[in-house]
Structures are given as structure tokens and as C-alpha cells.
Design a protein around this ligand. Sequence first.
Ligand code: HSE
Length: 431
Amino acid sequence: MAEPLRVGLAGLGTVGAGVIRLVEANAALIARRAGRPIVVTTVSARDRRKKRSVDLAPYTWDDDMVILGERPDVDVVVELVGGADGPALACARATIEAGKAFVTANKAMIAHHGLELAGKAEAAKVALKFEAAVAGGIPVIKGLREGAAANAIERVYGILNGTCNYILSTMEDTGRDFADVLREAQAKGYAEADPAFDIEGTDAAHKLSILAAIAFGSRIDFPGVDTTGITRLKAADIAQADALGYVIRLIGMAEAGDGQLFQRVQPHLVPFDHPLAHVDGATNAVVAEGNFSGRLLFQGAGAGEGPTASAVVADLIDIARGEIGAPFSVPVAELEAMEPAATGHRQGRAYLRFMVADRPGVLAEITAAMRDAGVSIESLIQKGRAGDAGAVMVAMVTHEGPESAVAEAVRLLEGSDSLTEPPLVLQILGE
Ligand code: HSE
């Protein structure tokens, strides 16, 4: 059998340990499929003395992860440290400059610096791979780059953050409150080091910007993702959505057309009969609509040791086979620079929730704003006083109409002393 592919592993947290365990446990089948063995030779992490769940005795330790790629016993560096900049980025640049392949699960770094790194990797003719950066164990990058490569894809959307999905589906099942369920998600190891990245939608936005580039052949535009997290959702919204026939899920949605790129991460109401309504816990799911394949649904574990390690090692197998290819499918110089799409003309139905003072005329004030903005109300519910002292909840669902009209209604109500907090507006996921 050919010479082994020798891996330098930077980062020995949950996923790093998983990569070591997977490469050891499945060594024989990986070697058969890759055409040669894949072996970890060298490891690096911040703290050498930290107790780990895997035995590091068989591996050389190197204190400096940045220069792992310069070692003669390393053919490819796997970076599992995280962070958009800092040591992870220095390691990526140094590895590629050393003419070695680079594999990462680091969505923040790829969202911010993917084009630079891909350009460098293409020039150096080395592989840059990041399957584990999007949707954990789901082979969605491969699915789009390879399986769906013959299709024009105009829309890609899905559930891209396991922590948020775990929180929302657990709140739905148990009625427990947000903070309590977040702590549980952190304890289970789903959440980012800074959980604000999860609950404010940033992590999903990182992943969406990468997916959009792969799906549409466009330049990554992370700042162009319109991002709203789940922090404003109340148990009452989830109960209200349920009464109306919906669950609430954090959805990342990207569409391309006429040189414009629409990218948005926002909690949506998802109808019970939509496949994404049945995606629970830390599971992720991605829908891509190909012009010949039709609707494709990719679903699986979006985080965790085994699934994420599986995606990392799939990239290593590709590299062992000699598969390089442009990291974003299309060479960086040929990726299309798309304008961020204007959203006002988008049509859809929306859920609006107001927390209001319980006094005469408030409902009339809200419905007048809807009328003046040209928003047609399909249903409206007012809940009696509960939870928030003195405030009552008014929730409504609109008929199909332009998003700009809903935005105008909200603008008309700005500064009203009838509202105890700004209105919450969520889109309803269509077919
Ligand atoms: N914090 C991420 C999530 C981990 O919850 O989905 C995987 O990227």
C-alpha cells in the first residue's frame, strides 16, 4: 500500500479527540477507501498538561500549532482550534505557504477569510477543505460540490445551528424557559465557546455564507447576511405558533438571481407539514433546490464529537486520494461578486407579536398601523395578562404581501407608548 497520509492535528477538544478515535477505530476501512493509511503523527493544543479523553502517548507533541505544516512528518494540518483570526488563521496561512493541505472545521475563519485562503491554496495547488465547518456530520458541502454539481441552485436554506434548534425544540416540548435550556445545550457540548455566537445567529450566518458561495458560485459575503437570533423569543411565541399550526426554527435562507444575493438568518414559523418542522434537538438540515435534481434534503447531526470528526476525516480521505479541486468549487477569481438583494419586494406571510399596555384603544392603534401600511391580517389573538407584569400579548399572522408593508407598519408604531417592547416580526416559511 502507498505511503500514509500524515496528519498534524491542532486542537484536542471534543472534535480533536473524535478525529483521533475515528482514525484509530476505522483505520483499516479508511486505508482501503483512501488507497493508503491515514495516521495522526503530531498533535498540538494550548495546554499540554490538560487531562484528555484520548491517549496521546503515540503522538509527537508540538507546542506551536502555527508551524505544524512546516514539519517534515506532516502532510496535512487539521485545525480544530476555532476563532476567525489568531492562531487558527496564522496556522492556515503558514500551512498553505508550506505547500501542505489544510482541513478545518472553523466556519468563522472560512466565512471571514475563506476567499483569501482559497486563493492561496489554489495558487499553491494544495487542498483547502472545510466540510466540518457547515452542519457538522452532514456531507452537505460534498453534496452540493459533487452530487448536485450539474444543477443550477437558486435557493438553499435550512437549520444550521444545533444549539438553537435544541433550545427551540426543547422549549416546545417542555415549556421550559430559554436560559435554562441554553445551559443544558452548553453542558451537552453543542454551544460555541461564546454561546452568543449561537443564540444571536452568528454561527448560522457563518455557515450560510459558506453554503451560499458553494451553491451559487458567488463570493462569500458574510457581512451581507441579515442576522437575527432567538434571544427575543418567548415561551408564549412558541405556544402561539403551535396553536396556529407551526413550530419556530432558526432558518438560514439564501437565494441568488439577477446578480443579487439574498442571505438571511432569522427565526421562522415553519408549518407542521414542512420537513424542517420535524428536525428536532441538535439536528441540522439543509434544503437545496436544484433545477434538475429538484428539492434535496440533507439531514443529520450538526455538532458533536463523532459527526464532526466524520466530516473532518472525509476531507482527509479526499486528500489521501489526491483530490484537490477549487475549495469553493469554482476558482476564486471566477466566483461572482453579487450585490446584496433588496428585501422590500419579497412576498410572504409574517407573524407579528406585540407586548402592549392593557388599555382601551391599543388594538385599534395596532390595526390602524396595519391598515395604513397596507398589511392584510389573516388572524389575530390577544392573550390575557401573564408573565410580563402589566403587558398583554397581541399576536397576528398576515396574509401574503410584501415584507416592506410589514416593515412600514412596524415603523408607524415606533415610539408608541402603547407598546412595552419593540414588535417581534418573524417570516412564515413557505413551501
Ligand atoms: N455551536 C454549533 C451548533 C456547533 O450549535 O450548531 C457546530 O457548528
